[in-house]
Write a protein that binds this ligand. Structure first.
Ligand SMILES: *Cc1c(COP(=O)(O)O)cnc(C)c1O
Length: 351
C-alpha cells in the first residue's frame, strides 16, 4: 500500500511556469533563454520543471552539481545541461559518463578537463566582479583556455537586482571585452535580474532561475506585472479548538486569545521551512479571503492560526500567505530562500 498523501503540499502552476519562461524568452530578445533548475528546481521539483520547459521550447538547463545532473535522468536529444560548480577531481568519472558539460570555474578545473576531458566540450565561467566562482579576466586571457572546445563562456552579475548599481555596467564592459578575446560558441551573462536589465545583457543565452518560479527581480521594473506566481503552500487542519478569551496557545504561552475565538492547528512547522519568524502574527493562513494570523509560536511540525468563525474544520486545507515579494519584504528573507525553504515533506501537486 502506498503511504497516505502528506498533510501539507505545494500547489504548482505549470501554466504560470511556462508563461514566465515565455516572458523571459521574449525579454531575452534574440538570445536563447535557458533555465536554472539547481536546488531541485528552486524547490519545485527539477524533473517536473524541466519536462514542462522542454515542452515549451527551452533547450538549455543549469544545475549546480553532478548529482543534480544525474537526478534529471536522460534528457531528449538537443537539450543541453551545464553543471555550474564544474569538475572536482572526484567528479571526473561522473562527468565523463554524463552528457552534461562542466562549467570550468578555476585554473585547476581547466587543467583537469584538458588532461582528462577527452577533448569534450565544456563551458567556462569568468569572474567579472562578483569574486565568487570563475577565472579572473587575466587568467582567461593568458592562453590557459587555448585548445578547449568552449560551448558557452559565461559570467555572473553580482548586483543585477539593483538596476542603478554601477557594478552592472562595469561587469557588462568587462564581459564584452572578454567576448572579443575568447572564442566560444555562445556567450551568457544574465540571470533573471540581468534579463530585466535589458537586452544589452542578454548576449547569446540567458540563465534565469528566480523569475521562472515567480520571483520578482525588480519590484517596480520589467516583469513586475507580467511574472506570475508558480508556487503556493497549503496545509491541512488536524484539529480546531474553541478558545476562551485569555487562554494561551502554544510553546511559551506567548499568545492568548484576545476574545472568545477558534484556532486551527495546521500540519506545518519550521521543519517544513515555515520558520519561527512567521510566529506572533507575522505569518497567516487564508480561509477563503479571511486572513487567519499565526497564533503564538511556530512548532517544528505544527502551527496554530486564529480562524474565528470561518467555516472550516478538521481535514480542510488552508492556503498559507506566501507571496514571494511581500513575504520577503515582511521577513527580510530573500525570495530565493522562500522558494527553497519548503523541504521534502510536502506533496507536490501540479495544476
Ligand atoms: C543560480 C544561477 C543563475 C540563476 O539566477 P537567478 O537569479 O535565480 O535568475 C544563473 N547563473 C548562475 C551562474 C547561477 O548560479
Amino acid at each position: 500500500m502506498p503511504p497516505p498523501s502528506p498533510p501539507l503540499r505545494l500547489l504548482l502552476d505549470g501554466d504560470a511556469l511556462v508563461a514566465n519562461w515565455r516572458w523571459l524568452d521574449r525579454a531575452s530578445g534574440r538570445a536563447d533563454c535557458g533555465a536554472a533548475v539547481k536546488a531541485d528546481g528552486y524547490g519545485l521539483g527539477a524533473i517536473e520543471v524541466t519536462r514542462r520547459l522542454i515542452a515549451a521550447g527551452c533547450r538549455d538547463f543549469f544545475v549546480a552539481t553532478w548529482a543534480e545532473a544525474a537526478a534529471l535522468g536522460r534528457l531528449p536529444e538537443g537539450v543541453s545541461l551545464s553543471v555550474l560548480h564544474g569538475v572536482r577531481a572526484e567528479d571526473m568519472a561522473a562527468a565523463l559518463e554524463s552528457p552534461a558539460r562542466p562549467v570550468l570555474d578555476s585554473a585547476a578545473m581547466v587543467a583537469r578537463w584538458k588532461a582528462h576531458g577527452r577533448g569534450r566540450p565544456c563551458d567556462v565561467m569568468v569572474d567579472t566582479g562578483m569574486n565568487r566562482l570563475g577565472l579572473s579576466p587575466e587568467e582567461a586571457r593568458s592562453g590557459l583556455l587555448d585548445g578547449l572546445a568552449i560551448e558557452t563562456l559565461m559570467s555572473h552579475l553580482a548586483c543585477a537586482d539593483e538596476p542603478e548599481n554601477p557594478m552592472n555596467e562595469r561587469q557588462l564592459f568587462t564581459f564584452r571585452m572578454l567576448k572579443g578575446m575568447i572564442p566560444a560558441r555562445r556567450y551568457s551573462l544574465a540571470n533573471s535580474a540581468g534579463v530585466c536589465l535589458g537586452q544589452r545583457y542578454a548576449f547569446g543565452l540567458t540563465r534565469p532561475g528566480l523569475a521562472l518560479y515567480g520571483g520578482i527581480p525588480h519590484a517596480d521594473g520589467a516583469g513586475a506585472r507580467e511574472l506570475r506566481p508558480v508556487m503556493a503552500i497549503e496545509a491541512q487542519i488536524l484539529q480546531t479548538r474553541d478558545i476562551a478569551a485569555g487562554t494561551p496557545v502554544g510553546y511559551g504561552a506567548t499568545w492568548a486569545a484576545p476574545a472568545d475565538t477558534r484556532v486551527a492547528i495546521l500540519n506545518i512547522g519550521y521543519a517544513d521551512g515555515y520558520l519561527r519568524m512567521f510566529g506572533g502574527g507575522t505569518g497567516a493562513a487564508r480561509a477563503g479571503e479571511r486572513r487567519c494570523p499565526v497564533a503564538g509560536r511556530v512548532s517544528m511540525d505544527l502551527l496554530a492560526v486564529e480562524i474565528g468563525d470561518a467555516p472550516v474544520g478538521e481535514g480542510d486545507w488552508l492556503r498559507i500567505d506566501y507571496d514571494l515579494a511581500a513575504t520577503a519584504a515582511a521577513t527580510g528573507l530573500s525570495q530565493y530562500e522562500l522558494l527553497t525553504l519548503p523541504g521534502r515533506r510536502y506533496g507536490r501537486r501540479w495544476i
